[in-house]
Design a protein around this ligand. Structure first.
Ligand code: ADP
Length: 451
């Protein structure tokens, strides 16, 4: 038999042995001859081969274009990535929300609550660029801004998705990035200038709570004679003694405890002190149920620079816990966890901790050891000296006679204990009328009087 079986139909390639013999006899020669025969003999095969070649060619072309465009992209464009963990992330968003030369179709709203000293809350909204692409022109350079949310990665500490902002611009405009970031930083710091930022814990990190507040003037808090001055002196001495601490290998930290009845000005004084020193305040609520010892330790070791750590009502956190244990819930921080965190703060920067308590007698002596609390001071109900100073601060030094009259009237009441907060209530109620305040002096006998 010198041909393939006759069952093959007319489309089946039929290769004669003669053809094979025409080759040079090598396997390669035979194979190429065979291929040529198959291609020529079968139109489908020939068309398929052509398509295959075309497909391969296109794929090569595509990958070539991708490579060339990737190369061109790398040569001509530059990216800057700002991850949400970085400080400049919030600065940049703030800057973008104010920037006029931009086209954004995706906006996100950010609501800020600000609690004022008198307790009122005001709300403000700002429209920041939302996830997606935005185009801006900055100092003549076009920039594409891509705010991306990682769909899968979550910040486990606070449940928010990780985000990145990528800025892309032409290579020649790359020097605009530093100036843009600098501008964003300047703008952010300017809104904080002359203000105190209050940080609260948010998961495992510190986040500003509301907008920065106006600094509280140190003179607006009236404490008994000499108390304010001695605390300020002590703090200032500490802040200028870094080298002394380092030379002696002592951790550079100092703890203060302000104790006394409510409404005597403990918190207000710490706020005004922060303003005076140009510091911010980090408030930790030890009663927060989802605050664990580990988180407390981490937070205390990662306090934003130039900040006072404020632990309010330290007695309440642990007393409440022992009472509530039977009821089935407890605060996450243990007392030993707090002591460890206080002892373990290992910061090169200074660490100023202020604690407040209305019931110092309930505090465990272990907390009051030097190194944890180095300076204790009673901030008590208003003394005659304070009442006088507060009257004159509210109505002006010119009303000295009225002030004497007020004090006389107050003494006739039998010198009731009165908090500075109560006095403030009376004076605010009679803002422009000191005589009316004298007439109403009797209300000071009722600590819970509502004006
Ligand atoms: P505390 O922390 O001792 O409970 P706060 O500082 O919260 O007291 O004071 C409550 C309110 O009373 C604030 O509005 C504050 O302005 C006012 N106040 C309390 N004490 C003083 C003080 N010594 N001087 C001026 N204002 C005071």
């Amino acid at each position: 038999m010198n041909s393939l079986p006759a069952t093959a139909n007319s489309n089946t390639p039929v290769v004669s042995l003669e053809k094979l013999k025409e080759t040079d006899g090598s396997f390669k020669g035979m194979a190429s001859g065979l291929l040529e025969d198959v291609m020529k003999g079968n139109p489908y095969f020939a068309a398929g081969g052509g398509l295959m070649l075309l497909g391969t060619g296109l794929a090569l072309l595509k990958s070539g274009i991708t490579r060339v465009s990737g190369l061109a992209y790398r040569q001509m464009l530059v990216d800057l990535e700002i991850p949400s963990k970085d400080k400049s992330y919030l600065w940049f968003l703030e800057w973008m929300s104010q920037y006029k030369h931009r086209s954004s179709r995706h906006l996100s709203v950010e609501t800020n609550y600000t609690q004022h000293n008198n307790g009122s809350i005001s709300t403000s909204f700002s429209l920041v660029p939302g996830p997606g692409k935005h185009l801006i022109k900055y100092e003549g350079a076009w920039m594409l801004i891509n705010r991306e949310r990682s769909g899968k990665l979550l910040d486990m500490t606070n449940g928010t998705p990780f985000e990145t902002i990528t800025l892309t611009t032409l290579y020649r405009d790359r020097n605009k990035f530093p100036s843009l970031l600098e501008e964003a930083k300047r703008m952010a710091l300017k809104t904080r200038e002359g203000k105190t930022v209050i940080y609260t814990s948010w998961g495992q990190e510190w986040r500003p709570f509301g907008q920065p507040r106006m600094k509280r003037l140190i003179d607006s808090v009236v404490l008994d004679k000499g108390i304010k001055e001695s605390i300020i002196d002590d703090v200032q001495d500490f802040l200028t003694s870094g080298q002394w601490y380092h030379d002696r290998g002592i951790p550079y930290r100092r703890g203060y405890l302000l104790y006394g009845p409510p409404g005597s000005g403990k918190t207000s004084f710490i706020q005004s002190l922060a303003g005076y020193l140009d510091y911010n305040i980090c408030i930790l609520n030890l009663s927060e149920t989802n605050l664990t010892d580990d988180r407390l330790n981490y937070l205390m070791n990662h306090i934003p620079e130039r900040s006072i750590l404020l632990l309010e009502d330290v007695d309440a956190a642990f007393n409440k816990r022992s009472q509530t244990d039977e009821k089935g819930y407890s605060s996450g921080v243990t007392f030993s966890g707090l002591l460890n965190a206080l002892d373990g703060v290992a910061s090169a920067e200074e660490m100023l901790t202020f604690m407040t308590s209305n019931h110092p007698e309930r505090l465990d002596p272990a907390l009051l050891r030097p190194g944890r609390v180095d300076y204790k001071v009673l901030i008590d109900n208003a003394s005659i000296y304070q009442i006088e100073r507060m009257f004159l601060r509210f109505y002006g030094e010119t009303h000295r006679e009225l002030c004497d009259e007020f004090l006389e009237q107050f003494k006739t009441l039998g010198l009731p204990t009165v908090s500075a907060a109560q006095l403030q209530g009376l004076f605010v109620y009679n803002k422009r009328d000191p005589k009316k305040a004298i007439e109403m002096v009797e209300v000071l006998k009722q600590p819970n009087h509502v004006f």
